[in-house]
Design a binder for this molecule. Structure first.
Ligand code: TA6
Length: 310
């Protein structure tokens, strides 16, 4: 088997092993950056092997559902700006400033394990990440992560984390989803009314959400103890993006607005107007404790409801 400089299979090798005629191919989004491209009866989806990162999701006859920056970088060692980066085994900044924010899983090369197509035209992709000497320098525990992506009438992600260490572990995690909207000023998030949140922009003080979440400035909130469905009301496009969570008690809502996004070189100018992050996870007081050998599966199912014909 030929290998990349990273010791991983080449894109050609992955294509030869996993391609499915007319539905699935593996191509390079950049040098040594293999991406699984799915175009089945339901939707088009791209998944980067690096980071186990869903990059795009577009149901046929629908506008893109996930947002990716036009100036995103496709390089080893960091996540692509957009799509659904996987934040694991910690969410947010680490107490040690030398450690990467949002954990390390999104910065490492995963393994493509399986690609399946069922009789309903649904395509399933399985990727995994296991501990190695590099990860153990950052987090001294044995683990296995598995991401199952199912592309059918909906897009589903199921992130299973297995504690294969001899000791129990505590972790926080998120599916850090960037959604594509017509205009952030005409976008709101439903389903969080009455939920307590930590405001990252107000010294992590706690507040209670009143009504729908709306946007007219930078917003960065961690909602706690909330496991219900959420809806992104993309008013300009006349659609609701429906999020159904599984074993997630926290939701993060984030828009960097003008100044913060201008300071990120992989955030296309004005891109803040076309995106909103609504992230499915467990963080803060909702952290996950795993005994040795135990596992936890964090999931989200994403679908679009049309409110009017465009
Ligand atoms: O999820 C919101 C957040 O924690 C923000 O504070 C911002 O840092 C964002 O994640 C993006 O983080 P990143 O490390 O991907 O630039």
């Amino acid at each position: 088997m030929s290998t990349l400089s990273t010791g991983h299979p080449t894109t050609a090798e992955l294509h030869a092993k996993f391609a499915i005629d007319d539905v699935v191919r593996v191509v390079d989004a950049a040098s040594e950056f293999p991406v699984v491209e799915i175009d089945n009866a339901w939707a088009s989806v791209r998944i980067a092997v690096h980071g186990g990162q869903v990059l795009s999701y577009q149901p046929h006859d629908e506008a893109p559902v996930l947002w990716v920056s036009d100036t995103a970088a496709y390089v080893h060692g960091k996540s692509v700006r957009g799509g659904i980066p996987i934040c694991w085994p910690w969410f947010g900044v680490h107490p040690d400033p030398a450690m990467p924010s949002h954990g390390f899983a999104r910065n490492l090369f995963w393994q493509l394990i399986a690609v399946k197509q069922d009789e309903d035209g649904c395509t399933e992709v399985l990727l995994c990440l296991e501990d190695d000497e590099q990860s153990r320098l950052l987090w001294p525990h044995a683990f296995q992560l598995q991401l199952k992506v199912s592309v059918g009438k909906t897009l589903s992600l199921a992130l299973t984390m297995v504690n294969s260490a001899e000791e129990s572990v505590e972790l926080t995690a998120a599916l850090h989803s960037y959604f594509d909207v017509g205009d952030i000023a005409r976008t709101s998030v439903r389903g969080l009314d009455g939920v307590e949140y930590i405001d990252a922009l107000q010294d992590s003080r706690r507040f209670t959400q009143s009504g729908n979440v709306q946007f007219d400035a930078e917003l960065d909130r961690i909602y706690q103890q909330t496991s219900g469905d959420e809806f992104i009301d993309d008013q300009l496009r006349g659609r609701l993006i429906h999020l159904q969570k599984s074993r997630s008690d926290s939701t993060v809502v984030w828009n960097p607005w003008i100044e913060k996004s201008a300071g990120m070189n992989d955030f296309v100018e004005g891109g803040y107007r076309r995106m909103v992050c609504v992230e499915t996870g467990n963080m803060g007081a909702d952290l996950v404790r795993l005994a040795t050998g135990a596992s936890h599966t964090l999931g989200v199912t994403i679908s679009v409801q049309r409110l009017r014909d465009n």
